[in-house]
Design a protein around this ligand. Structure first.
Ligand code: B12
Ligand code: SF4
Ligand code: SF4
Length: 306
C-alpha cells in the first residue's frame, strides 16, 4: 500500500517537472550543528531562525503524527547570471519559485491524501531543515559550500519538502564526495565558508537579500557586480560544471530572466520609480526586498559606470 503511495507521488512529481524525489524518516534531525550555528550568532539578523528552532528540532511540532519527509528537487537556470544591470543569482532570475512550486506541491498533497496521508508542504518557507533531509533522503551530500550537491546535477536546484503522516519506503544517504576540494571556500569573496557551513554575517546573499541593516564597508568592498544573491561558491564547484556529452536539464521557462530586466542598465535600475519597480518585479522573488534595498545594492555599480 505504502509502496503504491510512493510510486504515485513519484509519478506525479515527475509529471509536474520535479527532477528527483527522495524520502527520509522524520526522526528528529541532528540539531547540534544548527544549535551551535545559532548560538554563535551566524544567523545574523534572521531572528525568525531562533523562533523556528524548536520546530526544526522536532518535526512533530510542524505536523502531528509525521512519519516521513519527502524532498523534491526542481532545476533552475545554469546560465551565467551576469545581465545588463549586474549579477542576479541564478535562482532569482525568473518567477518567484515559492509560488511556482506551491501549486505543484498542492497537487502532490492531494495525491498523498488519496492514500490516507495528511501533509504539510514547504519550499524555503517553513521550519524544516531542507538540506539535512535532502541528504538523508539520498539525493546528494552536503558540500563544503553548505549546499546539497547531486552527483549528476550539482547544486543548481530548489529543494521542496513534504511532511507526511504516511510511512513511505526510505532512501539511503550517499557518501560525501567533496574529497580534498576546497574550491568553494577559496572562491567565496568574503570568507563566509568554514567547516562546511556558511556564516550569514559574512555572506553576500544575506547582505543583498535578507539584511535590514546597511551593508558594512568590508562586505561592500567584496560585493563586485552582485545585486541580488551570490553564486560564487556554486560556480566554483566542479559538480556544477557541464561535462562533455552530458545532457543539459530542461529548465522551466518561468525561471528564465525576462527580457526587459536583462536589458536595463545599473543606472536605470537605481533610478526606478516605485510603480516601475512593481511593473518589473511583480511575480519575481526580487520584489520582496523593495526599492530602497535594491537601490542600495545597485548604486555602487551605477556610480562605477558613470
Ligand atoms: C537561512 C538560509 C539562508 C541564509 C543562511 C545560509 C546558511 N548558512 O544556511 C542565507 C540568506 C545566507 C542563504 C544563502 C543562500 N541560500 Co539559503 N536557505 C536558508 C534556509 C531558509 C535555512 C538554512 C539553514 O537552516 N541554515 C542553518 C544551517 C546551520 O543549517 P545547514 O547549513 O542547512 O545545516 C544543516 C545540515 O547541514 C545538517 N548538519 C547536521 N550536522 C552537521 C554537521 C556539520 C559539520 C555540518 C556542516 C552540517 C550538519 O544539519 C544542519 C541543520 O539542520 C534554507 C531553506 C530551509 N528551510 O532549509 C535555504 C536554502 C538552504 N538556501 C538555498 C540557496 C539556493 C541559497 C543560495 C545559493 C542563494 C544565492 N544564490 O544567493 C545561498 C548560498 C549560501 C550558502 N553557501 O549556504 C537553497 C539550497 C539548495 C541546495 N541545492 O542546497 C535552500 C535549501 C532553499 C530551497 N528550498 O531551495 N540561505
Ligand atoms: S553565497 Fe557568496 S558570499 Fe555566501 S558563502 Fe557562497 S560565495 Fe560566499
Ligand atoms: S567546490 Fe569542492 S568542496 Fe566545495 S562543495 Fe564543490 S566539491 Fe565540495
Amino acid at each position: 500500500m505504502m509502496n503504491a503511495a510512493r510510486r504515485a507521488v513519484e509519478y506525479a512529481a515527475q509529471a509536474l517537472g520535479f527532477s528527483a524525489i527522495g524520502v527520509a524518516p522524520a526522526d528528529a534531525p541532528q540539531g547540534e550543528h544548527l544549535q551551535s550555528w545559532l548560538a554563535e550568532g551566524q544567523h545574523a539578523g534572521m531572528e525568525w531562525m531562533l523562533r523556528h528552532l524548536p520546530a526544526r528540532l522536532n518535526p512533530e511540532l510542524v505536523l502531528k503524527g509525521v512519519k516521513s519527509v519527502i524532498i523534491l528537487t526542481y532545476e533552475y537556470s545554469r546560465e551565467d547570471s551576469r545581465c545588463a544591470p549586474g549579477n542576479i543569482a541564478r535562482y532569482a532570475q525568473g518567477d518567484d519559485y515559492h509560488k511556482l512550486l506551491a501549486g505543484k506541491l498542492a497537487d502532490l498533497d492531494e495525491t498523498l491524501s488519496f492514500y490516507g496521508g495528511t501533509q504539510r508542504c514547504f519550499t524555503d518557507s517553513g521550519p524544516v531543515s531542507e538540506r539535512f533531509f535532502a541528504a538523508r533522503a539520498g539525493l546528494g551530500w552536503i558540500g563544503r559550500n553548505g549546499l546539497l550537491i547531486r552527483p549528476k546535477g550539482g547544486s543548481y536546484c530548489f529543494l521542496a519538502s513534504i511532511l507526511t503522516t504516511l510511512e513511505l519506503p526510505y532512501d539511503t544517504p550517499m557518501p560525501n564526495r567533496c574529497g580534498n576540494c576546497y574550491r568553494c571556500e577559496q572562491a567565496c569573496p568574503t570568507a563566509a565558508l568554514r567547516n562546511g557551513s556558511c556564516d550569514a554575517r559574512l555572506c553576500l546573499s544575506y547582505w543583498t537579500i535578507e539584511a535590514k541593516e546597511e551593508m558594512p564597508n568590508n562586505i561592500r568592498a567584496a560585493q563586485g557586480e552582485r545585486i541580488y544573491g551570490c553564486d560564487a561558491c556554486q560556480q566554483a564547484c566542479p559538480w556544477n560544471h557541464q561535462r562533455p556529452g552530458a545532457p543539459r536539464p530542461t529548465i522551466d521557462p518561468h525561471l528564465l530572466m525576462p527580457a526587459p530586466l536583462s536589458k536595463l542598465s545599473p543606472q536605470a535600475l537605481s533610478e526606478l520609480k516605485p510603480e516601475e519597480f512593481e511593473q518589473l518585479f511583480t511575480g519575481s522573488p526580487i520584489r520582496r526586498i523593495g526599492v530602497p534595498h535594491l537601490r542600495a545594492n545597485v548604486l555602487p555599480l551605477a556610480n562605477n559606470n558613470e
